[in-house]
Design a binder for this molecule. Structure first.
Ligand code: SF4
Length: 278
């Protein structure tokens, strides 16, 4: 990707895509946005871009747990606590971020390894690049087979719940891999209480056996569960992508979804005109 005058251009194979002007100056979408826009509060994302986002200790602890579970360095570990502007997908920083993630492009992956951490997936829809960063891809017989997205919590009672936006995020990786012709077998969320002794990359065989079993919900330990994703038809997924893109393309306003549950955990609740929790 490069900036050419007022536009960003994506060079993809032999093709070149001029990325349309998107809201807030973004150059590409993260695939997780689709789930947040459909199942969370889209107006919150709108305010995140206008006002910034709070990085609190829970965010930092989550990144540290990701790093420990997956055996990788997380980009975000250098973040400062407090309000942070979102720069990951805008301007020069956005181009840098996108291009650096392309070093881990799934097309370069070695599927003879037991697993691949944080490979990059890309899908292009209406000339907009959508970037997916699944936490872990488990390979079997030299093929990418299961996609695993890690979610961490500090409370074991949260383990049994899977949010709609989490399911859609993992589903997006499945469809993006199919779109790239890689045909995975399944996708799942693995939920872990932060600080437990379990480590994903030391338990790959156990995870494969659980996923092969086909159950929707498997408890691996008191502090670790797996939620298997019921993947919908690709066209149903595309409808969600298009609905999300309509906002970024400026074709409609952001949709607020106020509720006590969503607003009470939202950093914008004091000034958001739709908030039901002040
Ligand atoms: S306060 Fe509520 S309605 Fe407003 S952005 Fe946050 S979650 Fe959405």
């Amino acid at each position: 990707m490069e900036l050419v005058g007022k536009y960003a251009v994506l060079h993809w194979g032999n093709e070149e895509f001029t990325i349309p002007r998107l809201k807030h100056g973004v150059l590409f979408l993260m695939s997780g946005y689709v789930g947040s826009q459909i199942h969370g509060c889209e107006y919150r994302i709108h305010l995140d871009y206008l006002r910034g986002r709070i990085v609190n200790e829970g965010v930092i602890n989550g990144l540290q747990e990701h790093s420990r579970q997956l055996g990788v360095n997380e980009d975000g570990l250098g973040l400062e606590l407090g309000w942070n502007p979102i720069i990951v997908n805008r301007g020069e920083e956005g181009v840098y971020f996108f291009n650096s993630k392309m070093k881990n492009w799934i097309g370069y992956a070695d599927f003879s390894k037991p697993f691949i951490q944080e490979a990059s997936l890309v899908m292009i829809r209406r000339n907009v690049p959508i970037l997916g960063l699944p936490d872990l891809i488990i390979n079997l017989d030299n093929k990418p087979t299961y996609i695993l997205e890690l979610k961490t919590t500090n409370n074991s009672t949260n383990l049994k719940f899977m949010r709609g936006r989490e399911a859609l995020q993992a589903e997006s990786y499945f469809h993006m891999m199919n779109y790239l012709g890689l045909n995975p077998r399944g996708a799942a969320i693995i939920k872990i209480v932060r600080g437990s002794e379990f480590r994903i990359i030391d338990n790959i065989d156990l995870i494969i056996r659980s996923l092969d079993g086909g159950e929707d919900f498997v408890r691996l330990t008191k502090y670790v569960v797996i939620h298997r994703i019921n993947v919908r038809d690709f066209n149903d997924f595309l409808k969600d992508v298009d609905y999300s893109l309509d906002y970024w393309l400026g074709l409609r306003n952001p949709r607020p979804s106020p509720s006590r549950g969503l607003c009470s955990g939202c950093e914008h609740r004091r000034y958001c005109p739709y908030s039901v929790v002040r």
